[in-house]
Design a binder for this molecule. Structure first.
Ligand code: CU
Length: 126
């Protein structure tokens, strides 16, 4: 028979394993456009060794303004590419670059750095 301490140890390691699995394989956090001003959905995107958030949900059928702030200085993140939409922009460090996107059809649009290493996804839903 297991005593109480052993049960606690087993239970807590199971919880830790579940949390680890959820972290790596669970649904990613999805962030919605924060507001709609000037006829466009406003989305803030931070670039700092990766994209935050890296899952952005917007409404299909309404233009999107991506306000991108890059805070790191790595050459990797300097280029911002939204290939499906023909967007490629250079991001200076420490200055917000606003990128206007047209109204999107429902679907997923991946964005990457110039080398295809950093990845994020814009998801248009109706
Ligand atoms: Cu890169």
């Amino acid at each position: 028979m297991l005593d109480t301490t052993e049960v606690m140890v087993v239970a807590s390691s199971l919880v830790a394993a579940a949390a680890t699995a959820l972290f790596f394989f669970g649904p990613r956090k999805r962030t919605r456009a924060k507001s709609e001003t000037g006829g466009a959905q406003q989305v803030d995107l931070m670039v700092d060794g990766g994209y935050r958030p890296d899952r952005i949900v917007v409404r299909a059928g309404m233009p999107v303004k991506l306000n991108v702030l890059r805070t790191d200085r790595s050459a990797c993140s300097e280029q911002f590419v939204l290939g499906d939409l023909g967007v490629s922009r250079t991001l200076p460090t420490g200055r917000v670059v606003s990128i206007d996107l047209p109204a999107l059809k429902e679907g997923a649009y991946d964005f990457t750095c110039g080398m295809n290493m950093l990845r994020g996804r814009l998801i248009a839903e109706s």
